[in-house]
Each structure stands twice: as structure tokens, then as C-alpha cells.
Design a protein around this ligand. Sequence first.
Ligand code: ASP
Length: 282
Amino acid sequence: MPKKLEAAHLKGVCEACKAGRDALLDGNGSVNAIADALVILEDDETFDAGVGSFLNSVGDVELDAGIMTGDSGDFACCGAVSRLRNPILACKKLLEIAPNRLLVCEGMHKFAEENGFELIDNDELKISREIERYKNKSAPVEKYFLPSDTVGAVALDEYGQIAAANTTGGTPGKLPGRVGDSPIVGCGIYAGPNAGIAATGYGEPIIKTVLCKCVYDEYSKCKDIDLATNHGIGILSLYGWGGVIALDKEGNSAARHNTTKMPFARWDEKNNKIEKKISNPL
Ligand code: ASP
């Protein structure tokens, strides 16, 4: 990530963290906290989620998102949606009321519309930066693959419930209909009674690693969230690039990545401080 993009990313993750903290302090629970946090990042054009997402190979935005709760193991996810401004909110609705758990494309649009979400024109999700990037796609890979990745959030609430979620525009130039790791339980998100984890990075290697479940299982053995995330990223490194944020049931958190940077923020409840970092060197 070029230095000039760092400030906007750190500002975004801090704002999101504050929104999550406020929801927790208001007693709204972990699912609402992570949804509130992620709406901020979907609406922030800095990030590859909601408005400002990367365009796919035909110049459209297609979004994936998902939420999972640790106590029941329930999840609600969507893939390749092109007409929702805040897919994370539609996923929250799906979690609350639907008998099915993963909807894609028109099925998710229909569910969302029937439940009061506005269906927007895909152009409303496109910004000039991404249109330019799309037009320039024959430029060298480093230019084309500028960052602004998937955003994720994990929270533990006063009722002891852990929840994890993420939301993304996926990878730039992806094929239409491609669904990445983000809405796939165990890959881009996982939450169980012991911990919650959310991932970012190239979806196909993350799916191959079953990254978030890999971190969860390691945590269940070693009871050290930092070691567990390190283990998961070690395995991911065999296949590709990415990172995870994780939180255990005691409130210990970790952030690990094998990229040079991965902006993140966390609320240190004891000292009532929001800590932000651009990277967490291994
Ligand atoms: N994991 C996302 C995907 O492959 C992309 C990202 O994290 O930036 O769809």
C-alpha cells in the first residue's frame, strides 16, 4: 500500500471501530456492533466494499458479504449481489428471519427488496477511481492491483456472544458471478463458542486454506489467539496472500497477515482506547 493511502485507511477502520464500540456500550450485541462497523466501511469509498469497490471483468460491481454468530453457529451470507448499497445489512436481516443462509444474485436482491431494502442501479456503486482502474487494466499488475481490500469485523458482547462478519467487492477484474471466500463459512469468516475470525486477501487461496476454520481449530487446541492466527497465516502462505483479525471468548484479539500492511483497529475496553495500526509485523 502506498504511504499516501494509509491515513484514509486508518481513519476508516477507527471510525468503524468506534461505531462497533458504541453499539456494544448501548447493549446492542455483537451482531449489531459488527454490522454498524461494516456499514461505515461499505459507505467509505476508500475500501473495497459497497460503494468504491473494484469492478469486475465487465466493468460492474458485484458484492459478497457474510455474518456468523458464535453461540449458535448461525450464519447469513450473500454472493455476487450488484444492487445493494449495504449488503451487510441485508445479511443481518437474512440472519434474523430467513430459513436459508446463503443467497446469491437475484435471489438475494428479491429477498432484500421484499424486506424493505432499496435496489439501486449498479452505477451508484462505481466511482471514478475504479472506473479509471478498470479502463487501465492492461497497466502493470502493481498498478492494477492497488489495495483497498475486503473489510471485516469481530466482536464479543456482554452476553458472551462472539460474531464475525465481512463485506467486499472481491478482487479486481474477477469474472462475473465469481464468489470469493468472504461469504463462505470457514474460509472468509468463522465464529464458534471459542473465537471469531474474519479474513481478507485473495479469495481462492483463502478458500483452499479454509483459513478462518483453520485458525479456529488451532485456537481450540492451543488457546492462544495470537499463535492460532500465526498458524493460519503460515498455512495460507503456502498458497497466497492475505490476513485475518480474530477475537477469543476472553476478549483477546490478534491481527496477522503475510502482506506488508493490513490496517486494523481494536477497542481496548480496559483502557477505553481505540488502537489502530497499519500492520502487525510477524
Ligand atoms: N477476499 C476477497 C475476495 O477474494 C478480496 C479481498 O479480501 O480483498 O473476494
